[in-house]
Design a protein around this ligand. Sequence first.
Ligand code: GAR
Length: 186
Amino acid sequence: MKKLAVFASGTGSNFEAIADACADGRLDASVVLMVCDKPGAAVVAKAACRGIPSFVFSPKDYPSKEVFETEIVRLLDEAGVDLVCLAGYMRIVGDVLLKAYEGRIINIHPSLLPAFKGAHAVEQAVAYGVKVYGISIHWVNSDLDGGRIIAQRAFEYDGYDPEEVHRIGQKIEHQLYVETISKLIQ
Ligand code: GAR
């Protein structure tokens, strides 16, 4: 059974989708570690109530990204993690983590990459008046949202409400992330 780590910074709905799919057997894997860089984030309680070990930290408590990523790599190694799934982890992965887990880190992004990279993809797309939105899952490399694409799913939306786009997109994210992880670990 493959071991997953999920990294998140916020609500953690993708973390929940992955953890629940592991728990009910849809994914032949287990989430052995949740990593969060925002101590107050809702995902922290979601991991705790599922009994999933977590590493919750404030980047400002560390002298540099190299130092906190060294600690993260130590924990990933200790837990025997096969695949790192970034799920709303709003931080650029640095060299220490990339070198240690290259080819084993994936990310989910709320746009049809390479369009609308970065933190406010949906808002940017709505501002452009986009009619076809989508979700991408890609390998993580040193380019922001720039690694090779693994899976994408598109949906049509003709309106101007970013919240509604987020709602539609997140339902797709939860399914697509579980399906994609399932294919990767087989
Ligand atoms: C997700 O919609 C994910 O696509 C996005 O953050 C959200 C996290 O939601 N990620 C990015 O924008 C990465 N650039 P969640 O905490 O409910 O899973």
